[in-house]
Ligand binder design. Structure first.
Ligand code: ZN
Ligand code: ZN
Length: 489
């Protein structure tokens, strides 16, 4: 849910008289490769007489039917949320909760076509817990517990289901990190599934920082191969990796397994573009995504993930202004795209016109690129390692600010640093009024109707090329020997 909707829910459920309360909510599905998420879309608050607050709150069947019909008309499922005023953290179901939710699950599914979602709001720490109700037999429904409930927008706040996603044990290798922001914040931060899209200079540094901080579950996305021209900026890449034409994600994933401070790190490298159907589906399994790409199409795909699927996207970029007489200036920026904040399109991080051009494959056509103005953003490729390091650090800080929220503030806006003057601008603008991401597409989930993925010939070529190269006599053996040597060192 958005932090805005969470605040409206709290205003309704958190009663001054300390009694329980409830309401219905419409939800929309968001489906990734392995995860299904319910996006809370609209509160359907009770009208007079539709619920009875008497210590243990109850609702009338008229309220239930009105809410279910309204959800169905909007193409949504139905959720029922009630409060435990003295609860803290993830809540279990009381006998009354079980009866109320199981007793309405069949009818809610029949009316909306989607399972009933039950939620509990814990009054002490404002934590949420959730379960889907699935049919297991004639008139019998059982709860299927969710792993987490996430609130995103002016901060990222997650309630974790400790039985499905246990808190990681603290480790001596993380002592300094934990002492900075405490066990509780670390325990939540470490459980986020973080995607890093682009395993280039900035992406590799971002991923390294995440692994050191103790993030347990990191998925890397990049179809590219390590090349010699990358070696001045690509953390962990060696000349051997370029000679053996290894995938950037393989090189990075291998190194991160050594850097990770988590007890059981899950680090996956996927050699897909996030614009390919398989890549986008895996991106929708993440809790937060770092956009470390400079192309318009993947940025547009991630912008959709940030708003339609409520998966916050940290994005950044570097612009170096070089001239034949030397460096004129350089700027790097970082920002977090999420509901209530400016999206990547409104920030000018990509040109929607170029997205359609990139989808035709033109931007991978060397003759087209050479024909562009020397100053065109697509031709600019000057960059150095320290600029990437500064950008990567600022991007990770965006995640830390949103999750740790020092002094309760999780949104400081975007950052724009000017290298030539040493000045830092705060970018506080929101989306433009005409923006579709922050309006009609926000929270739309699978029903957004925007086709953002497609075939990606350059990615297919890169994978095929690596496969063919790997089949050459001797290459597989050299790769194996290199792996063994790397493991020994
Ligand atoms: Zn209850
Ligand atoms: Zn926008």
């Amino acid at each position: 849910m958005t932090t805005d909707l969470a605040a409206r829910l709290t205003a309704h459920l958190h009663r001054d008289d300390g009694q329980e309360d409830l309401c219905f909510v419409a939800w929309r599905p968001s489906v990734g490769a392995t995860r299904t998420t319910a996006i809370l879309a609209e509160l359907i608050l009770p009208a007079d007489g539709e619920r009875d607050v008497h210590g243990n709150v109850s609702f009338t069947s008229a309220y239930f039917l009105r809410a279910a019909a309204r959800a169905a008309a909007a193409g949504c499922g139905l959720a029922l949320i009630h409060s435990h005023p003295t609860g803290r953290g993830w809540q279990s179901l009381s006998r009354d909760d079980q009866a109320a939710e199981a007793g309405h699950a069949g009818q809610a599914t029949a009316i909306t076509g989607l399972p009933l979602l039950g939620l509990t709001f814990a009054g002490i720490d404002r934590a949420h817990s959730a379960r889907f109700w699935h049919r297991v037999g004639a008139r019998r429904h059982e709860p299927m517990w969710c792993e987490s409930v996430r609130e995103v927008g002016d901060r990222i706040a997650v309630t974790w289901n400790n039985s499905l996603r246990p808190a990681p044990a603290s480790r001596s290798s993380q002592a300094r990190t934990v002492s900075a922001w405490g066990e509780e914040k670390q325990s939540s931060l470490a459980r986020l599934h973080v995607g890093v899209v682009g395993a280039g200079s900035v992406g590799a540094l971002v991923a390294e920082a995440l692994a050191r901080v103790g993030i347990e579950y990191i998925t890397l996305f990049d179809f590219d191969t390590v090349e010699i021209v990358n070696l001045d900026r690509l953390l962990h890449a060696r000349l051997r990796d370029a000679q053996l034409r290894r995938a950037k994600v393989d090189v990075l994933a291998r190194a991160l397994r050594y850097s990770a401070t988590a007890r059981r790190p899950r680090i996956r490298g996927l050699d897909y573009s996030v614009t390919e159907p398989a890549g986008f589906a895996h991106a929708l399994d993440c809790d937060v995504i770092f956009s470390c790409v400079d192309r318009p199409w993947p940025r547009a795909a991630l912008n959709l993930a940030a708003y339609a699927h409520l998966i916050p996207v940290v994005d950044g970029g570097i612009l170096v202004r070089a001239s034949p007489r030397g460096l004129r200036g350089a700027e790097w920026r970082s920002h977090l795209a999420a509901p209530g904040r400016a999206c990547l399109e409104c920030l000018g991080q990509y040109d929607p016109g170029l997205v359609s051009l990139e989808r035709t494959g033109m931007l991978d056509d060397a003759t087209y690129i050479v024909g562009l103005d020397a100053d065109h953003p697509l031709r600019r490729n000057e960059n150095v390692f320290p600029f990437s390091a500064a950008t990567a650090a600022n991007e990770v800080l965006q995640l830390l600010t949103a999750t740790i929220a020092p002094n309760g503030i999780g949104d400081l806006g975007g950052n724009l640093y000017h290298f030539a003057t040493g000045t830092l601008d705060n970018v506080l603008d929101g989306c433009k009024p005409s923006c579709v991401y922050s309006t009609v597409l926000q929270g739309a989930g699978v029903g957004h109707g925007v086709d953002v993925t497609g075939s990606h010939p350059a990615a297919e070529r890169a994978r095929a090329h690596r496969r063919r190269f790997g089949q050459r006599p001797g290459v597989r053996l050299r790769r194996t020997i290199d792996d063994l040597l790397a493991a020994l060192i």
